[in-house]
Design a protein around this ligand. Structure first.
Ligand SMILES: Cc1ncc(COP(=O)(O)O)c(C=O)c1O
Length: 402
């Protein structure tokens, strides 16, 4: 595999006026009410995708015919199978792989199909906020089994879960693994404990593992369904290249369902919504990324580790009143501003109006998120430095906020 030059990750690439949600003045204005913000919010990266992916897409674009196009029947499934086998020791059968444009769509259709209006769905807040939205918007009820924060480390609340799952209307859980925004990579033991409770109480686990490939060196991701045949039969796994290789714009993901009944039901749901054909580029991008992007991913993890270390040192030295929750995975870092005792909206206002940076405010992730901010470190170091300087200007001791 060709060595990747680490400096490519420090090139500042202008993303303005490319339709980028993160950078485009139009979207910043729409979402934050202001255009002049340094954006480190939504979970995509300011890095180009691996070069082999770009090359393959350019070649495909040159062909010029973009009619209805499915994944390459021989190569695509093999790429997906090999990736999960090589990295997670999880053996997937090709029939288990079902296409979904995005994982949020997949979760939406899964909730629609496997729960009834008025049923309750468990999430572990603070958590990726579209889960709560999709549950509510589909007339289901949210049951939040809030994570516990103990000595700077988040844990699942198993006692809370044991109580919740006794309710006959509460038979579905959306697992976020690794967990956005708190950055936990759940251990095998933690997942087994969760799995045991779910199995005993017949709770279906929708396991969103979109961040699974972005794990820091000391940690190891375990695919929930890979733990045992029983868990595989009682869960649905969502994976994609969108976070790993910065391919979110293609809207292409895989829903992997070993249980035949669950799979056929989900496939019927996708067919009912005519969501069976991917776009012409998405499958190709993922296939090439899985086959030829691993060295790029290894380099990316070095860059993210460097950025994370920089952020930790900076906060410790310059803004020690903020605590960094050490992420085990993901490029999203959860910062604890609670010592400032600001109302969530006031904290948000300070970020936008004084620091002039766009982060994700903790409160949007649900209960337990108040007083936190989520920063995205998947950017050139110069951008991260500038954003931290802006934070220090507003929040360092002796400045505006005490
Ligand atoms: C946990 C989690 N799930 C899903 C998504 C979005 O996935 P998709 O773009 O495939 O809908 C994100 C994006 O940030 C995420 O963090």
């Amino acid at each position: 595999m060709a060595k990747i030059d680490i400096s490519i990750f420090d090139e500042v690439i202008d993303r303005k006026n490319t339709g980028s949600y993160k950078w485009d003045p139009y979207y910043l204005k729409k979402i934050f009410g202001k255009k002049d913000l340094l954006p480190l919010w939504v979970a995509d990266m300011d890095f180009r995708a691996p070069q082999p992916v770009i090359n393959a897409l350019v070649e495909r674009a040159k062909h010029g015919i973009f009619g209805y196009t499915g994944p390459d029947p021989e190569k695509y499934n093999n790429s997906v199978i090999n990736w999960h086998k090589r990295r997670y020791d999880w053996l997937i059968d090709e029939d288990w792989i079902v296409f979904s444009p995005g994982i949020v769509q997949a979760c939406t259709y899964l909730i629609q199909r496997f729960t009834k209006p008025g049923d309750k769905v468990i999430i572990q807040e603070p958590v990726y906020h579209p889960f709560a939205a999709l549950i509510k918007n589909n007339g289901r009820r949210i049951v939040s089994n809030q994570l516990d924060l103990v000595d700077g480390h988040y844990k699942m609340n198993y006692e809370g879960l044991e109580k919740i799952v006794k309710d006959s209307r509460t038979k579905t859980l959306i697992l976020c693994s690794p967990h956005n925004p708190v950055g936990r990579v759940w251990t095998r033991e933690e997942l087994i404990k969760l799995g045991d409770i779910c199995l005993e109480n017949d709770v279906l686990v929708i396991s969103d593992e979109i961040h699974c490939d972005l794990v820091y060196p000391k940690y190891k991701h375990t695919i929930f369904a890979s733990i045992s045949e029983e868990l595989a039969q009682h869960s649905i796994t969502c994976t994609a290249g969108s976070k790993t290789f910065n391919l979110a714009g293609f809207q292409h993901s895989n829903v992997i369902i070993p249980n035949e009944r669950l799979r056929e039901t989900f496939k019927a749901q996708m067919e009912n919504h005519a969501l069976t054909i991917p776009n012409v580029f998405g499958a190709l991008a993922l296939q090439v990324a899985y086959d030829e992007g691993e060295e790029w991913l290894n380099t990316l993890m070095q860059v993210l580790t460097r950025n994370l270390n920089f952020l930790k040192d900076f906060i410790k030295n310059r803004v020690p009143k903020v605590s960094v929750i050490e992420p085990e995975g993901t490029y999203l870092v959860w910062l604890d501003f609670r010592k400032y005792e600001l109302e969530p909206k006031d904290l948000e206002k300070k970020m936008l109006e004084e620091a002039k940076i766009a982060l994700d405010s903790g409160y949007i992730f649900g209960s337990g998120g108040e007083g936190f901010e989520r920063i995205n470190i998947a950017c050139p170091l110069s951008i991260l430095k500038e954003s931290l300087e802006r934070i220090a200007k507003v929040f360092a001791e002796g400045n505006n906020v005490q």
